[in-house]
Structure formats: C-alpha cells, structure tokens
Design a protein around this ligand. Structure first.
Ligand SMILES: Cc1cc2nc3c(=O)[nH]c(=O)nc-3n(C[C@H](O)[C@H](O)[C@H](O)COP(=O)(O)OP(=O)(O)OC[C@H]3O[C@@H](n4cnc5c(N)ncnc54)[C@H](O)[C@@H]3O)c2cc1C
Length: 461
C-alpha cells in the first residue's frame, strides 16, 4: 500500500471521481455523484460488491424520518446527536456528529424515493442508548439486501462499478493532491488510472491482524466477523500522505455471535429481558449496556464463551432478522420447558443456573438494579419455553480512521483539507470515540451512508 509521487507520471485515462470500495459508503457516494450528473467509477477488490455491509443486519439509525412520523415516534436529529455523544462520553467531534445526525434522515428518504430502497422503521424494540425507535432497514433486515439494492440502484443510475480491481497505490503531488492510482487484476496485472477526485470507501483495518494488535490489542485474538478484505489501506495511505487520524482504538465488538457456527444473534435477546451466563451458570455483566463492549467481557469468561438465555416471546421478536432465522434453522438455538431442561441441553450446572434464573426474575419482580448496574424495572419476566444459544465475543469493525470535515474531506493535523481526497464509512474516523462502549448501535452504517452522501455531493462540486 504505497503513495507514490505523481510528478512525471502519465495517466492515459482520467475519471472525474474514483471511489475505492463498493460497500454502503462507496455506493451511496456513487449515487450522490450520479444524481449530480457526474461520471464516477467505483473500484472493488471482490468479484461482487459485498463488504462488511453484506455481513451486517443492514439497520441504519435516523431521526425525524417519515417512517417514524407514520408510527407516531417523536424524535429529532438533535436528540439523536445527543444520544451518540452520550454513548461515546462526548469524545467525538460535536459538529461532525450534528452534521451526520442531521443528514441521515433525508438520505434514507432520498434512497427510498429516488432509488427505490424500501425502508421501514423497527418499532418493537429499541437498541441500548437510543432514546427513540430509529433503526431503519429493508424488508429482510439484512445487509445483503442493503448492498444488493444499493448496487442495483447505482448501476441503474449509470455508475460504473469495476470488480476484481484492488487498488494498490495512490499517486499524489507534493501538496497532497491525488492524481491517480494503480489497481491489480486477479491475473496479477496492474492498471493505472487518473482521477480528479478520490473517495476512500474501503472501510477500516479490522481484517489486518497487525493493525488490530496495535490499536485494539484486547481483541487481537478474537474472531474477526467483518469483511476480510478490509485491510486498512485508507488508514495507511492517509498516514503516508500526512493526514490526521483519530480514535484508532475505537471499534465495534459484539458479545453475541453464536459459537462455533458464527451467526450473529440479535441483541434484542438481551434488551428484551434475556441475560448471559458463563459456563459456570453465573452472570458476569450488565447486559443492557450494549453489545459492543460485551465482546471483551464475554472473551474474559472461561473458554471465552457465554450462553445467552431468553424465551419464546423474545425469540419471536428476534425472528424478524435473517441471521436469527438462520441460527434457528441450523439448530443452535436450544429450547427447554424448564430450567432443569435448559441445564441439560446447555450442559450448564443446574444448581447455578437455577440460582441465576431465580435472582434475575426476583430483580425483575422488585424492579431492582443488580450489582453490575443493570436496572430491571419494567423488564418482562421470562416465560417457558426457554431458549438459549452458545455465543462468543467478536470484533466487527474498527471505528477510528481519517479525520474528515462535514464535506467528508480528509483533513491534515492543522485542520486544512486535502485538495481532492474524501473518506466515508469505516475509512473515516467515526462517531464512537476511542472505546468499544462508545459504539451506539448503527454507528457503522450511519457513517457509511451519511458520509458517503456528503463525500459524493462534495466531490461533485
Ligand atoms: C456482522 C456485522 C453486523 C453489523 N450490523 C450492523 C448494523 O446492523 N448496523 C450498522 O450500522 N452497522 C452494522 N455493522 C457495521 C457495518 O457493516 C459497517 O460499519 C459498514 O458496512 C461499513 O461500510 P463501508 O462501506 O465503510 O465498508 P464495507 O461495506 O466493508 O465496504 C468496503 C469495500 O471496500 C473494498 N475494498 C477494501 N480495500 C479495497 C482496495 N484496496 N481496493 C478496492 N476495494 C477495496 C472491500 O472489498 C469492501 O467491499 C455490522 C458489521 C458486521 C461485521
């Protein structure tokens, strides 16, 4: 991953804008450019655009949308921004958070109205830290559907998407202006292309073990659940160019990945009244905090394993997610009519599990707060049949990256912008601060789609 001097280099073909990466960020940027009448080429290293976007649940938080209004949900961009800042302990740049929270609702409506993406808002549960129901998703609630619909829309709008094209080097002038790039084809051949503007939409460094070891050492040995092709090139190119970087230790983990099959289990299993126990049948945390910080807590348990325990009512909520349905079809969600039966199917110690059940249900009846800090007021009791699934903690994606302004322009440490370089999604510094607990559900696609739109609009001039 190199940045080479552009002086003296000839480019036979120059595109107005090139985007590296065809995930949610790159495809949204491409749509914004096409709407502005600009030619755009998206270079994607994989044979088919997927990225981490395809692996996600495809849920995008947005405030003040018409779907929320139709469901009588009161919300505003300011409330949303306040939630983001609170979850991240006020670490992110407040102006960026405000710009992103203010932008996303309109972008989702534009994607729906102009480009046919059939969003709706989830109304039957709320993710930790969100003060309103504001998660929007496509009918299947899957990232696969999201990336496929975005790709189809981008192609229909006239964006060129070249797959099997891994960008290996950038060419920059001494003032940081990007003049072009090299990309590698599957047969090993290299091609050279000029560009007038470049949007980095190639996500973060979760797929690069050396960078994870350096910046997120607590998850260095954890399962990486994101897209393997996200090798941190945006960060490495940005560093070579002298760009400002921030919050490189920030990340999204997840404390609920079915193990060993590797299927994401919705956190609704916890927020709706479930709990996690370790292999000794004991709880070890406040599960209501958030799934991101739960990754390290689960990994600290014996064998790095926990069991998520819930009931059929909660399963019926989680069943709206494709992942959960797949986990059920694969038989990894076990079921029992009573606690003794649950101990048998999970092989958890019966006495300890029964004690934990009794403690949790007593806390709910009393509306009390436990020693971990979880408040059980108004949390519904679990009713048989009970359900459980064996899970582990995983790294989903990194949240630090290149510092950008509200036009998604990459900045230098002195705050000045590079002439024609933009970053969106996981390539840019997100809005989650420097720690796992700073990740508010949906921050990933929020910054992919909102910054992607800002980058496309700004690159179009
Ligand atoms: C299991 C899972 C569940 C998630 N669920 C949610 C959720 O419900 N809501 C949410 O907000 N977030 C979620 N996330 C996070 C979300 O998926 C990401 O934040 C988001 O997809 C990032 O989008 P992106 O466009 O920046 O990156 P990606 O979608 O990863 O796209 C980057 C693309 O760049 C390509 N690329 C990389 N390097 C190069 C190169 N050198 N040359 C050419 N192409 C390159 C990659 O192949 C990839 O296709 C989840 C993540 C995971 C792993």
């Amino acid at each position: 991953m190199k940045v080479l001097p552009a002086e003296g280099v000839a480019f036979d073909v120059t595109m107005p804008t090139v985007i590296i990466g065809a995930g949610a960020a790159g495809l949204t940027a491409a749509l914004a450019l096409r709407d502005a009448g600009q030619d755009v080429l998206v270079l994607e290293r994989d044979p088919v655009p997927r990225g981490s976007t395809a692996l996600s649940a495809g849920l995008i938080p947005a405030a003040g949308t018409r779907w929320q209004k139709a469901a009588s949900i009161e919300d505003s961009a300011d409330t949303f921004a306040a939630d983001i800042m609170a979850k991240a302990s006020n670490e992110p740049d407040a102006a960026m958070v405000s710009a992103i929270a203010g932008r996303i609702g309109g972008v989702l409506e534009w994607l729906a109205d102009k480009h046919g993406l059939d969003f709706s808002v989830i109304t039957d549960f709320r993710y930790p830290g969100h003060s309103a129901c504001r998660m929007h998703g496509l009918p299947s609630r899957s990232g696969e559907e999201l990336v496929n619909r975005l790709r189809e829309a981008a192609e229909k709008a006239g964006a060129d998407i070249l797959c099997d094209a891994q960008v290996t080097a950038l060419f920059a002038e001494s003032d940081g202006k990007i003049r072009g790039l090299d990309f590698r084809r599957p047969d090993g051949s290299e091609e050279r292309l000029g560009c007038e503007a470049l949007i980095l939409a190639c996500n973060g460094y979760g797929g690069n073990p050396a960078l994870v070891e350096r910046y997120v050492p607590q998850l260095a040995k954890a399962l990486y659940f994101g897209h393997a092709g996200n090798q941190g090139e945006a960060l490495l190119w940005g560093e070579a160019l002298g760009a400002a970087t921030r919050h490189l230790s920030g990340h999204q983990g997840h404390g609920s990945v079915a193990h060993p099959i590797g299927i994401l289990i919705s956190w609704a299993t916890m927020t709706e009244g479930g709990f996690q126990v370790n292999v000794e049948g004991r709880r070890f945390s406040d599960e209501s905090h958030g799934y991101s910080e739960q990754a390290a807590k689960v990994l600290q348990q014996p064998d790095g394993i926990a069991w998520s325990v819930f009931d059929e009512r909660i399963a019926s909520i989680a069943r709206q997610f494709e992942d959960f349905r797949q986990a059920e079809a694969a038989g990894v969600i076990v079921s029992a009519e009573d606690v003794a039966g649950l101990a048998r199917v999970t092989k958890l110690p019966e006495t300890a599990l029964a004690e934990t059940f009794a403690e949790v249900e007593a806390l709910k009846r009393e509306g009390a707060t436990d020693d971990f800090g979880r408040a059980f007021a108004s949390v519904p009791p679990l009713q048989p049949p009970y359900r459980a699934v064996r899970v582990t903690g995983a790294l989903f994606h990194t949240q630090g990256g290149l510092v950008v302004n509200p036009q998604a322009r990459v900045l230098r440490p002195d705050g000045t912008a590079f002439p024609n370089l933009f970053a969106a999604g996981g390539a840019a510094c997100g809005v989650s601060g420097s720690r796992a607990e700073g990740y508010l559900s949906g921050n990933g696609l929020l910054t992919a789609v909102a910054l992607g739109h800002m980058a496309g609009e700004a690159a179009a001039g």
